[in-house]
Design a protein around this ligand. Structure first.
Ligand code: SF4
Length: 318
């Protein structure tokens, strides 16, 4: 992990929304609200938070599917918007949550996996067919599966097909948006192991998005915790799970069943609903729900504190 594959600096993304069904006036949702983050070469960065915290918007920004309102995204040393869509399509891929809707049901598996190679003229018919066979074997399927349709596969097998499609172009970065949440627990482990072995083989970087902290812990080198479009904490995985710094991280971890009885997190119940990203709370966005709240918390947004050893936290406690 010598260099960063992607670097975000103060990235913001808002969306216009109506104030109500009968209202003509518009307001904005601050989906991503000033994120500064990087992903190292060959690294897996886990991105966790409750639904609606902006994880999926951040995923679309990372893949160039959306453009930020402000801030910069540098990919392989160059601004993301300076790469063409075709260039980005070969270097950044996505694996989505739902393997049922992400694969075209009318296309055969071979055609789905080879689409990018055909569009980019990466070989003749025979060479592409041979590459598809190779990819199917790499993800634990068989070459004869190329002629079948998505409905003939289980959820786990479809996610293997989605992974084969993602690695077909030899990308540098794969953004996995809740890639195992729709799968049975036993199949989740198989798909996670497959992602890990593929990363080792190809030296890929991953951004692994999930609401499930136990899933994220299995695959990530570092974890970034998001709340209301902002970062709360970014730490190496082991440190974050052993000694969470931010009160929100602690609460999220309290909700995760821990198989090791020697590991104990302070019992703190999360109170209240997540506030609307249309009008996020002043100061620290977590202050209306934080059990450690202080007077300063509603007034000033905490800046990033560098706690050493790659640990960063956004909280007035530090
Ligand atoms: Fe809680 Fe204040 Fe820290 Fe926010 S800044 S997490 S409200 S202690």
């Amino acid at each position: 992990m010598n260099r960063n594959i992607i670097e975000l600096s103060e990235v913001k993304r808002t969306y216009p929304v109506s104030r109500g069904v009968f209202s003509l006036s518009k307001t904005t949702v601050k989906a991503v609200n000033g994120i500064t983050l990087h992903v190292g070469d060959g690294e897996t960065l886990g991105l966790v938070g409750e639904s609606g915290c902006g994880k999926s918007t951040l995923a679309r920004l990372l893949t160039g599917l959306e453009k930020p309102d402000s801030g910069s995204i540098i990919f392989k040393g160059k601004a993301l918007d300076q790469w063409t869509a075709a260039e980005l399509g070969t270097m950044v891929q996505m694996v989505f949550q739902d393997p049922y809707s992400s694969l075209n049901p009318r296309h055969r598996i071979g055609s789905i996996i080879s689409e990018g190679m055909r569009i980019n003229n990466l070989g003749n018919r025979k060479e592409i067919a041979a590459r598809v066979d190779e990819l199917l074997v790499q993800v634990g399927l068989r070459p004869e599966h190329a002629t079948r349709y998505p409905h003939e596969f289980s959820g786990g097998q479809r996610q293997r097909v989605a992974i084969a499609r993602a690695i077909a172009m030899n990308p540098d970065l794969i953004v996995c948006d809740e890639p195992v949440s729709a799968l049975d627990v036993s199949v989740q482990a198989q798909v996670l192991n497959l992602l890990k072995s593929i990363q080792k083989e190809f030296g890929l970087s991953y951004v692994f998005i999930s609401h499930d902290l136990s899933v994220v812990s299995h695959i990530s080198d570092r974890v970034a915790v998001m709340y209301l479009g902002m970062l709360m904490e970014v730490s190496p995985t082991e440190d974050l799970y052993r000694d969470p710094l931010h009160p929100y991280t602690r609460i999220l971890l309290d909700a995760v069943p821990v198989p090791d009885p020697s590991v104990r997190f302070e019992e703190v119940a999360i109170s209240g609903e997540m506030p609307s990203p249309i009008s996020p709370p002043s100061g620290c966005p977590f202050h209306p729900r934080c059990p450690m709240v202080m007077e300063i918390c509603s007034k000033e947004r905490p800046i990033m504190r560098d706690m050493g050893k790659g640990r960063n936290v956004f909280c007035h406690l530090y």
